[in-house]
Design a protein around this ligand. Structure first.
Ligand code: NAI
Ligand code: MG
Length: 355
């Protein structure tokens, strides 16, 4: 009997709805070739759903998602609904309720993609491990004396020993599997309470893991290294805010936001993890059939890896690279003229020869 995985699908809005089906088609074919089964359950939760029902997902939405082995999400957001409503009504509740405390963003220059940094010569292959549950993105704080000349805003960061230890351990594990090198993003010269704790715990865990080489860089210098010498970086661990910025910067140096995959991971597997590309719903190109499906397909490859099918996941990424390197079929964000469907067809053809 083949392994069966239950996948909850949330296409969302805009190009989310246009790239999810092509990606599902590619993953389906990988499943057939590697002999496992993906059972999809699609939920229409989105801004359109909000407009009709007054909420982004029904009251039992999280319970329904909890039954799945993974969540595959397109993108959520529409100009008719405030972005904080769509984000805090769907994505954030899922990330928090399912304790997806790792946001994983691989950044690799695919064969056939030119980096805006021409001198790179194809060497970028790094993994940003972003803390996804606490840090700078917290609800602690408030606004005082609103509307007066004394108006004051206070926004607290929350860094807990438990939160830092678990993201560090995860990052050290990834470094061990890869090249044994870890870079930690800090700013302990300017942020003098939370970042020294971050550095201290990084050092503590580092002393348990002598095989891993750890460098701590201040975030400003590290941002420059992403541009000047990204080939020297491998696994980068960062707090919520620093990781957010670094991974978008990283996406830019490896070809743009339409290509970038991401995973919200619950490493303990007590709840499903959620796989979504970095890009949003792109209302400016929605309904034209021209969205780049690479980010969504690559995200799907990360999901296959998480579900225990690393070979199938690697083959999907290799198929993307074959199309980019061996043909000029590409979507318009990469300077081509292929539609989403045409590019996907080429990926399916390339995948077919992989096993
Ligand atoms: P965006 O990523 O949707 O678009 C930024 C630019 O990149 C646009 O010019 C767009 O056309 C282009 N682009 C993005 N993905 C592309 C793809 N696959 N192929 C070709 N071009 C692509 O970011 P933006 O404009 O800031 O946000 C639009 C909406 O998406 C907002 O409502 C926002 O809240 C939401 N959003 C949702 C996210 C999610 O669901 N995780 C993440 C980011 C934004
Ligand atoms: Mg971001």
């Amino acid at each position: 009997m083949t392994t069966l995985h239950q996948i909850a699908v949330i296409p969302g809005d805009g190009i989310g709805r246009e790239v999810i089906e092509p990606a599902m088609e590619v993953l389906e074919q990988a499943a057939r070739q590697w002999d496992f089964t993906l059972a999809w359950t699609t939920y229409p939760w989105s801004c359109a759903y909000y407009t009709e029902h007054g909420h982004m997902m029904p009251g039992d939405g999280l319970d329904r998602l909890a039954e799945s082995d993974a969540i595959f999400l397109g993108a959520v957001g529409d100009p008719s609904v405030a972005d904080d409503v769509s984000l805090w009504g769907l994505l954030i509740p899922i990330r928090r309720a399912f304790d997806q405390y790792v946001n994983l963003r691989p950044l690799r220059l695919l064969r056939g993609i030119d980096s805006p940094l021409e001198s790179l010569g194809g060497a970028v292959d790094l993994l940003v491990v972003r803390e996804n549950s606490e840090g700078e993105y917290s609800e602690a704080g408030g606004r005082l004396f609103a509307g007066t000349s004394m108006e004051t805003a206070i926004q607290e960061s929350v860094f807990t020993r438990r939160g830092i230890e678990r993201i560090m351990r995860y990052a050290f594990d990834r470094a061990e599997e890869r090249t044994g090198r870890l870079v930690s993003a800090t700013k302990s010269n300017g942020i003098i309470h939370t970042m020294p704790l971050w550095d201290q715990i990084c050092g503590e865990i580092g002393s348990e893991r002598p095989r891993i080489t750890v460098d701590s860089y201040h975030i400003d210098a590290l941002a420059a290294y992403f541009v000047q010498r990204p080939e020297t970086l491998d696994v980068v661990v960062a707090s919520n805010l620093f990781g957010d910025i670094l991974s978008d910067l990283g996406a830019a140096i490896v070809g743009g936001i339409g290509l970038a995959p991401s995973a919200n991971v619950n490493p303990d597997r007590t709840y499903p993890s959620m796989f979504e590309p970095v890009h949003g719903s792109a209302p400016d190109i929605a309904n034209l059939g021209v969205a780049n499906p690479i980010g969504q397909i690559w995200t799907g490859a990360l999901m296959l890896e998480h579900l225990g099918h690393p070979e199938a996941g690697a083959a999907v990424v290799a198929a993307l690279e074959d199309v980019l390197a061996d043909s000029d079929i590409r979507t318009q964000d990469l300077g081509g003229s292929a539609s989403t469907a045409e590019f996907t067809r080429a990926v399916l053809d390339a995948l077919r020869s992989k096993r």
